[in-house]
Design a binder for this molecule. Structure first.
Ligand code: NAP
Ligand code: HSE
Length: 441
């Protein structure tokens, strides 16, 4: 099978390396050799650590896709354009496409699948979620008999690395981000990771497969990790929890709900043991019960593992006939906004340490219909907390840090309570408002 490789960066170079390293075994497994005959890059003149013959590199998409000898296309350029146009063109021409592109698959899945149908071929996108973790085909095929109720996962390696460092080494978020950069996990602009967009795109892809309905990143509620401080990690530990950026989607009577937010997760939950840049996806289905998938969510060879696995599947189809599973979004489902859900909350407040303060706060919660589950007060002058150094409030009065958790409550009531707290003179600051994991997760 002759392949045009669009992109020779981290993943593309990994794909070329893996195809070369395991060439003979790969050929035996699929019944034919797989050879990269064209490579599209921005700068073909740049020196590259690859064994590909220099003649295969081009900056011209016409050369990369116009060659009639090309049987299949691998898109590992990233971004929406020109990647989307090239994928669509290849599919319309009847060539199977393998892609690692979560941006394209989450935002433009409909156009991609339509092009595949027009060309009578298929698109394979295992690497777009969870890097080397086999989850796309697992959901699409191996778990297809299930009615999936929930998908919950740690889908972003950079933020999981940062939260792990904050938890295990007591680092601030800034220090942990600097470490993530030094180790090459975080990009120069880590916004898509820190603000939950990367995880939201991956969740939209998994949800589309799990619930057989097109789910879009803009339908995902998003709260990133920026407001999670070292103090919250320490207080969560006292509550027997760790904080993880969880991506959760559920099939509810009204449709599909999707959210990405920092979550207090009981320390005993399997997802709590997922550390560093690892990813994991936890699936709840009516037949399988619970299944968890764990592994490296990024990196040259882990991601190439998924890309080349897909390529081998495409080779089998070309060699023996048949096609992949195709688009499985046959339902139209409404999306359920976060406002329609209930959650348990964690709130960190800075308050004056005076008579009657707790009563005022409890009053605000009570009037908004928010039931308090637990309260912890730490006098910050005494330095009794490992979470933060002693300091005075802006008025020089003794103050305390108050950690409250709530029973399940709707978003509207919680928002009303937080507004009410903001109006209290005795509350000098709201540190963080986070959600606890669903009780049945
Ligand atoms: P990368 O290192 O930035 O490499 C991108 C490659 O595409 C480069 O070779 C670049 O050419 C080429 N390219 C980009 N735009 C181009 C254009 N307009 N015309 C021609 N060539 C172009 O990216 P990556 O990290 O390998 O990621 C590739 C894809 O895999 C993305 O969709 C990403 O989300 C996904 N992914 C990555 C990882 C990971 O661990 N990196 C994991 C899972 C999924 P030059 O070499 O000349 O610059
Ligand atoms: N930025 C992503 C992460 C890379 O940190 O998980 C893999 O998609």
């Amino acid at each position: 099978m002759r392949v045009s490789l669009l992109g020779l960066g981290t993943v593309g170079a990994g794909v070329a390396q893996l195809l070369a390293a395991n060439r003979a075994d790969i050929a035996r497994k699929v019944g034919c050799g797989i050879e990269v005959v064209r490579v599209l890059v921005r700068d073909p003149g740049r020196a590259r650590a690859t064994t590909l013959p220099p003649g295969v590199l081009t900056a011209d998409p016409e050369v990369a896709l116009g060659d009639p000898a090309v049987d299949a296309v691998v898109e590992v350029m990233g971004g929406i354009q020109p990647a989307l146009a090239l994928i669509v063109r290849a599919l319309r021409a009847g060539r199977p496409v393998v892609t690692a592109n979560k941006d394209v698959m989450s935002e433009h899945g409909r156009a991609v699948w339509q092009a595949a149908a027009e060309g009578g071929t298929d698109v394979f996108f295992e690497a777009s979620v969870g890097g080397g973790i086999p989850i796309v085909r697992a959901l699409k095929e191996s778990l297809a008999a299930n009615r999936v109720r929930r998908v919950a996962g740690i889908l972003n390696g950079t933020t999981n690395f940062i939260l792990t460092r904050m938890t295990q080494q007591g680092l601030s978020q800034q220090q942990a981000l600097a470490d993530a950069r030094a180790l090459g996990y975080a990009e120069a602009d880590p916004s898509a990771d820190l603000d939950g967009l990367d995880a939201a795109r991956k969740l939209a892809i998994l949800s589309s497969i799990a619930y057989n309905a097109r789910c879009l990143p803009r339908e995902v509620f998003r709260q990133g990790i920026r407001e999670v401080a070292a103090a919250d990690i320490a207080y969560a530990a006292r509550l027997g929890a760790v904080i993880k950026l969880l991506a959760i989607s559920e099939l509810r009577p009204g449709g599909v709900s999707m959210r990405v937010h920092p979550t207090l997760l009981p320390r005993a939950h399997p997802l709590a043991a997922v550390h560093d840049a690892f990813n994991a996806i936890y699936v709840q289905g009516d037949a399988v019960g619970e299944a968890m998938f764990y592994g490296r969510g990024a990196g040259a060879l882990p991601t190439a593992s998924a890309v080349v696995g897909d390529l081998m599947q495409a080779a089998r189809f070309l060699d023996r006939g048949g096609a992949g599973t195709g688009c499985t979004c046959f339902h139209e489902r409404a999306f359920v906004p976060l406002d329609a859900l209930v959650s348990r909350f964690y709130v960190r407040l800075r308050v004056m340490d005076r008579v009657g303060v707790l009563a005022q706060i409890a009053g605000v919660f009570g009037r908004s219909g928010v039931s308090i589950l637990s309260v912890q007060q730490t006098p910050v002058f005494e330095g009794a907390t490992a979470a933060r150094a002693p300091e005075a409030d802006p008025h020089g009065e003794e103050c305390a840090e108050l950690i409250l958790t709530t029973h399940e409550v709707g978003e509207d009531r919680m928002a009303e309570a937080m507004e009410g707290l903001g109006r209290l003179a005795v509350v000098s600051g709201v540190g963080a408002v986070l959600r606890l994991a669903p009780e049945d997760l």
